[in-house]
Write a protein of this length. Structure first.
Length: 155
């Protein structure tokens, strides 16, 4: 049995990073990690476009527009912290579902870097703290999927 797998290679790839301004202390860290990971994997800085959106709710609309601009991958970054109302559930679900729909309909891989923590401590732990770095993980996943899709389409 053969196993086809993509590699997180960024050489000759154009990537759009979409970043939410809501919970900026977290999303700035996610952006820094994603950008650094892309560069580390060979994406030239000139081939990275950063697009700022108001919040996670707006990420799918921006991803849809970006998917028409010839990017090889999109990285979507946001942070929705649970509060006292159902707002958290609606925003986080709509953002994730919308990004999945964009990826499915456009064929452009979308690295999912939306944190949905209970509180700011959990958010910071996942934005380069003790638990890892969701920005780095989303960027690497987007590159790996871009490579994998390229391989599958070539066969």
């Amino acid at each position: 049995m053969s196993r086809t797998r993509g590699a997180p290679t960024g050489e000759d790839r154009r990537v759009c990073i979409l970043v939410s301004r809501f919970n900026l202390i977290v999303t700035d860290r996610l952006l820094e990690g994603a950008r650094d990971a892309l560069i580390e994997h060979g994406v030239r800085e000139i081939d990275i476009e950063v697009v700022s959106v108001p919040g996670a709710w707006e990420l799918p609309a921006a991803a849809r527009a970006a998917s028409d601009r010839g990017y090889d991958a999109i990285v979507a970054l946001g942070c929705v912290i649970r509060g006292e109302t159902a707002h958290f559930d609606h925003v986080s679900r709509a953002a994730v579902d919308g990004l999945a729909r964009v990826q499915h309909e456009s064929g452009v891989p979308v690295g999912l870097g939306i944190l949905t923590p209970e509180d700011m401590t959990q958010a910071m732990a996942r934005a380069g703290g003790d638990v890892g770095h969701a920005g780095v993980q989303a960027a690497e996943a987007a590159l790996e999927m871009a490579d994998l899709l390229e391989r599958l389409r070539a066969d």
